[in-house]
Design a protein around this ligand. Structure first.
Ligand SMILES: [Zn+2]
Length: 383
């Protein structure tokens, strides 16, 4: 067979055409695959199989990097599963696209801020949210997220300003929170021994929140430190009129202030008031140690007997038995009785958040569980 020169041209042309057709075929196949994979992903998601759904969606995103909605969905799925680094990568990938419409860009930025917030990378979260403050659609939610960040980062001045802005722009009431922010600033001033500044801040707390028990308690403590029990009692007596439930929290300090002023009757009066109005094992326990210190064991025992008659509890009974035992250490029966009662009365109970139920040994102004302010009842919950 004779070799012809035009073969040399036709063969590469056929080769190129074949290559192109193969590419076309593959693209067609990919386009056909895409909806199928997409629906499979949704189906898996509806069947509560997020792992497999993510795999399917990743496949679609690979086949078509233009799918904006799918990027958002995938980012949210990662975020919900706690895979924040992957969520951040997806949202950053979206933000880096120059053709992204403004609305999609804002949404991606908002989601990115939330990824950082959930991952605990607060400086990046703050940066993302601050870029969104001018977007009317996201402004209020962004402001709330920023307030949360400022509280976590203990940036109380920024928190005050953001909470004030939220009051003005969203019509929300943040008075009690702002009061606590001023109290937090006052605590820092007290730690620096700048008591004048602390008093100033606490007065601001009271201006914002007239019912700020915390500010009153702290003002009393500062007055006491300055050697002015009379002034301290003025603040602490106000606590009782704002919310008498807080009395057990400050009862010991108040009784000490009365004793310093030589007003023992007033101290006893306060103890009786607490026993009458705020009856609890804790109140009796505080009353017991105060009376024992100032009036002696006999008065303390008389008070316990009276309490046992008024409100018979295992706790009071055990305390009375203990006192009897200290007076008669040889009494074997009493020893046995008190040792049997001890396991039932030793636990003083815990303070509990009214919002989320988180329990704490000590009283909290800010719930460590749900970050609510002032959600703890001053009464211990018996276990
Ligand atoms: Zn809580």
């Amino acid at each position: 067979m004779e070799f012809e020169l035009w073969y040399l041209i036709v063969v590469p042309l056929l080769f190129a055409a074949g290559w192109w057709c193969r590419g076309l075929d593959q693209r067609q196949r990919e386009n056909e695959q895409k909806p199928g994979t997409y629906y499979r992903g949704i189906n898996l998601l509806l069947n509560d199989q997020p792992d497999k759904a993510i795999d399917a969606f990743i496949e679609v995103v690979k086949l078509d990097p233009e799918t904006i909605e799918l990027h958002h969905a995938l980012g949210n799925l990662f975020s919900r599963r706690g895979e924040f680094d992957r969520a951040v990568r997806i949202h950053n990938h979206l933000l880096n696209r120059e053709d992204l419409p403004q609305e999609e860009r804002s949404l991606a930025l908002f989601e990115l801020g939330n990824d950082y917030l959930k991952a605990g990378i607060y400086d990046r979260a703050e940066e993302s949210f601050k870029r969104l403050l001018k977007e009317p659609k996201y402004r209020l939610e962004t402001m709330r997220a920023l307030l949360k960040i400022y509280c976590t980062e203990k940036e109380w001045e920024s928190a005050i300003s953001m909470a004030n802005d939220l009051e003005k722009q969203a019509g929300e009431n943040h008075q009690a929170e702002i009061g606590h922010f001023y109290c937090e600033l006052a605590s820092l001033a007290i730690r620096r021994k700048d008591f004048d500044k602390a008093v100033d801040l606490l007065n601001q707390a009271r201006q914002v929140d007239r019912r700020s028990v915390r500010a009153l308690i702290m003002l009393g403590e500062i007055a006491m430190k300055a050697g002015n029990p009379e002034n301290a009692l003025r603040y602490w007596n106000k606590v009782e009129s704002v919310n008498a439930e807080f009395l057990p929290l400050i009862m010991t300090q108040m009784a000490q202030a009365y004793e310093q002023l030589g007003q023992h009757d007033q101290a006893m009066n306060l103890i009786q008031r607490a026993l009458d109005d705020q009856p609890s094992a804790e109140t009796v326990s505080i009353a017991l140690s105060l009376i024992e210190k100032t009036e002696g064991v006999d008065s303390a025992r008389a008070m316990l007997r009276e309490e046992l008659k008024r409100r018979p509890t295992l706790w009071t009974y055990e305390k009375l038995a203990q006192m009897r035992l200290s007076a008669n250490p040889q009494d074997e029966e009493l020893k046995l009785l008190t040792s049997l009662l001890k396991p039932y009365v030793n636990n003083p109970g815990r303070y509990r958040c009214a919002h989320c139920g988180f329990q704490a040994k000590g009283f909290q102004w800010l719930c460590p569980g749900c970050s609510s302010w002032g959600s703890y009842s001053p009464k211990r919950q018996a276990e």
